[in-house]
Structure formats: C-alpha cells, structure tokens
Ligand binder design. Sequence first.
Ligand code: KIV
Ligand code: ZN
Length: 388
Amino acid sequence: MTKMIKIFDTTLRDGEQSPGCSMNLKEKIEMAKQLERMKVDVIEAGFAISSPGDFHSVKTIAETIKDCTVASLARTTEQDIDRAWEALSGAVSPRIHTFIATSPIHMEYKLLMTPEEVYERSVAMVKHAKRYCSDIEWSAEDATRSEPEFLARVIEGVIKAGATTINLPDTVGYTTPDEYYAFLMKVQELAPSMVNITLSSHCHNDLGLAVANSLAAIKAGAGQIECTINGIGERAGNAAMEEIIMALHTRKDSLQADTRVVTTEIVRSSNLLSRITGVKVQPNKAIVGENAFAHESGIHQHGVMKNRETYEIMTPESVGLTQNNLVLGKHSGKHAFRDKVKNLGYELTETEIDRMFQKFKELADKKKSVYDRDIEALISKEAVQVPK
Ligand code: KIV
Ligand code: ZN
C-alpha cells in the first residue's frame, strides 16, 4: 500500500537562512501562495520572535493560506512560544514548532544546560504550547549526534505533554542513509509512544546526502519530510523538495510512498524562488536544472525521439515543463538537427539538410551549445529557404 508522506516546506524559514536568500513580505506571500497551489502539507512561514518582519510575515501568511498547515518556529521558551502563537492565531490550521538541541556538544557548549534541564524544559514548553493549539511539533536539534537513550526519554516526555510530531533532524548533515535508518529504528524502539505520533525528518546537505537520508527516514517510518524548494538552506542547504517529491512519484511502487503535491507546479515554484532571490540553480541540478531534461549527444537525442523512455525516467511535463529541451551541440546527430529545423518552421530538402548539417557541425566545434537563434542565422545566411 502506498503511504502518503506529508511535505513540510521550510523555504521561508530554514531556506531563508541561506546567504542571499532573504525575502521581503510581498515575496514571502507570493511564495507561500505558490506553495499552497502546489499543495505542500505544511508551510513553515518563519521564526516569529526573530524580528518584527518575520512576525509580520508569519501572521500575514497564517491569515492568507487556507489549504496548508502554517507553522512558526519557536525555541523552548515561553516568550518564543507566546510570540509564535500571536502570529499564528489567525490560521485555519496552525502549528507551533518548538525545538531544543539534544546532543552532548550542543547542550554543553551552546545551551549551557544539563540533559536533565533539557528534558524538563522540553516537557514544560510542549505543555505550554499545547494550551494554545493542538498541533505541536517538537524538534531535537542535532538529533543524529544525540544519545538514543536520552533522546527516547525526552521524546516519551514530550509526547505525554502533547507533541503530535517528533522531528529528528540531521542538523549538521553528518549522517549516512544506513546510519540514519538504524538510528531512527532504534529511537522508535526505545520510545514506544512514537507509534501514536508522526515521525519527521529534516536533513541538511553538507555531504550531499540530504535527499538520500530523507528517503531512508521514510523507510524507517517517517510520515513527514522537511525540505526546501531548490534545496536552499543553511550552509550546503536542506533536502531539495523537488528531488524528494519526484523520487517518490517516479519510484512509488518500490518505495511504497507518495505525496499529495501537484508535481506540475514544481518548475514554476523553482523559477519563482530563483526570480525572487536572484539565486539561480546549477544547470545540472536534478529535476529543475536547465539541463535536467536536455539531451545533447546524438545517440541520446535519437533515442528520445524514437521513444522518450530510452533516456527519460519521468516526463518534463510531469514537473511542469511544456516540452523537453533538445540542446544541440557537437555531439548532436543528424536526426536531432533535422527535427530542430522542422520545429523551427523550415522545410529543407535532404541535400539542404546535409549541407546545413555540415555547417552546423563546424559551428558546434567553436561553440559549446548551439541555440535556435544560431540555427536560424545559419539557415538565413545560406539563404536556403524562408520559414513557412
Ligand atoms: O536543522 C535543524 O535542526 C533545524 C531545527 C530548528 C528544526 O532547522
Ligand atoms: Zn535545519
């Protein structure tokens, strides 16, 4: 049976923490509306207490968005939680997301707290948040470097206090898929109350493993994945939402999991974020990179023209592209060239095609990619024929 995984988008909170990705109120609302159109399950709209601007955007998004849960981040302090609730109270489906670090290194050097204090603070603050709303997420920052036995004890405490989602992040992007899987299984074994709540995963990409680790979490029973559009986020970023969604969508039979996300909105969301932040995605980025559906070599182009499944495991249309992108270059073959010329509106004889193909190869040797405008220039220079 296919399990439906909740997509928790943190583009507007963790994503915004990445250098060069800050957004103003208008841009955040535009992005939130697109996320709603895309049907993510949860939008983390910001960290209400962090600044008046963040408070205002969480509040406006909470009052605007109707079809997604809207969350605000809060540390485990009364002040943070009160401010988060002040911003969220107008939401149709509000969630308070409170967090504290549980690893020895974070507790000792950053929090200056003993494990016992972290336990007590967590339980007390989940109880405090529960007075405001029923949907409470508790996150153990740096969970993957925490002691499973201690973590399990805190988890049992916060579930009893009312937490409905338990998030176990790989905050520093250190874990590996097998290790994360084993860790999550162990924690669930040690904290039996977790069968009654949603387990969430939140992975950072320092070793380029955030998506693989998120998929391992699903295998270990996670029902929610936290991620960002284009994988933006602290340092090397967060797990890329489009990659997780399309991995589940394309391999749902073997992974036995899928999401409710409208996949055809993926490219639009990615482009909108790039336009707003001015941060472009690399051309070879999976799913949304400019070359993700481009076939350059002659053999590949020929194959795709005969049957797209030869080299395409998903269609460009499924992520919202209207057609695949045959970029011509020096490895392109005559089939692709003929096809391109035809799509540009030219009707050439086979002799003309042969001659133009020769010219095209000479040009491709000098230029990395040959664009439509180059081919049009070639054809008109040779005065072969005018377009229909
Ligand atoms: O990476 C992390 O641990 C976080 C938490 C605040 C959820 O972003
Ligand atoms: Zn994070």
